[in-house]
Design a protein around this ligand. Structure first.
Ligand SMILES: NC(=O)c1ccc[n+]([C@@H]2O[C@H](COP(=O)([O-])OP(=O)(O)OC[C@H]3O[C@@H](n4cnc5c(N)ncnc54)[C@H](OP(=O)(O)O)[C@@H]3O)[C@@H](O)[C@H]2O)c1
Length: 283
């Protein structure tokens, strides 16, 4: 029940009305009997500067941050954790004792989803990541810590810049972190990750970024898209007999890590997952 003691968590974005985070987090709060509520706030870029001071004044406990505010919000925070600094973007904020601290849970969320699906640690693999935007950055910084990666992007210059930044910040060689256009050579690749919106609702019937002929049955193919749950890329993966993983796990785990940052409690992953699946089925 919402009462005078209810604590507030918010989502900052523009737009926000299609987000699944309120559904997922409110279900998890109810399940744990935590007196919190999660609401989505559509914040125009010119109003972002008022948010953190206002939130401190009102005792708001924390936020998720989404497009287009993940980078801009950083200048209003008191502290940014190492991982978020490395990625250069914040997706989670906790306000405690009048201090706003920024975190980024996207990369670790993707790793946890990947490791849960394949049942072991992802290390010493050859991984290609398509895209060089916000999601690709988070995933690439996380996985490059203990794997070889290739960043493949439509705008090759952006892939090059990201690869160079990762090499420099993580002290990696040109062999360990490579870049390419979308026509990358997939010889020796163990894991394919799509971090572009190719195949995302409503443009679901597009040409996949990789075809089944380029895959093999020992490959793992992860699409960060979760709407639809089976994208064109994942259909190709299934045709090739490869392991196909959708973006739902990343969405849930990045949320689960944020939940723990705000409440110091671990949420029930199944409750979060079912809340989203029920919502997707109802749409
Ligand atoms: N599962 C999750 O929790 C989760 C979290 C975050 C994001 N995502 C998903 O990840 C995807 C990317 O999100 P983002 O925030 O990283 O977006 P973003 O910052 O806008 O980056 C988009 C990237 O995709 C590339 N791209 C866009 N349209 C393309 C096209 N038609 N052909 C080839 N490349 C194209 C862009 O290439 P250029 O540089 O050439 O423009 C860019 O590298 C989205 O589908 C999003 O839903 C999932």
């Amino acid at each position: 029940m919402i009462n005078a003691k209810t604590k507030l968590i918010g989502l900052l974005g523009h737009p926000v009305e299609h987000s699944f985070s309120p559904i997922m987090h409110n279900a998890a709060f109810r399940d744990k009997n935590l007196n919190y509520v999660y609401l989505a706030f559509d914040v125009l870029p010119e109003n972002l500067k008022y948010v953190i001071d206002g939130a401190k004044a009102m005792g708001i406990v924390g936020f998720n941050v989404t497009i287009p505010h993940k980078i801009e919000i950083m200048k209003y925070l008191d502290e940014i954790d190492e991982n978020a600094k490395l990625i250069g973007a914040v997706n989670t904020i906790k306000i405690e004792n009048n201090k706003a601290v920024g975190y980024n849970t996207d990369g670790l969320g993707a790793r946890m989803a990947l490791e849960e699906e394949i049942g072991k640690k992802v290390e010493n693999k050859n991984i290609i990541i398509y895209g060089a935007g916000g999601a690709a950055r988070a995933v690439a910084f996380e996985l490059a810590k203990n794997n070889n990666i290739i960043i493949a992007n439509r705008t090759v210059e952006k892939a090059k810049n990201l690869a160079e930044e990762i090499r420099e910040k993580l002290n990696k060689t040109e062999e360990e972190v490579k870049y390419s256009g979308l026509d990358a050579n997939l010889d020796g690749i163990d894991i394919i990750i799509n971090a572009t919106p190719i195949g995302m609702y409503p443009n679901v019937d597009v040409k996949p970024i990789v075809k089944a002929e380029q895959m093999h049955k020992d490959m793992v193919v992860m699409d960060l898209i979760y709407n639809p749950l089976e994208t064109v890329l994942l259909k190709e993966a299934k045709k090739a007999g490869a392991k196909a993983i959708n973006g739902l796990g990343m969405l849930i785990y990045q949320g689960a890590i944020a939940f723990e940052i705000w409440t110091n409690e671990k949420p029930n992953i199944e409750v979060m997952k079912n809340a989203i699946i029920n919502h997707l089925n109802l749409k």
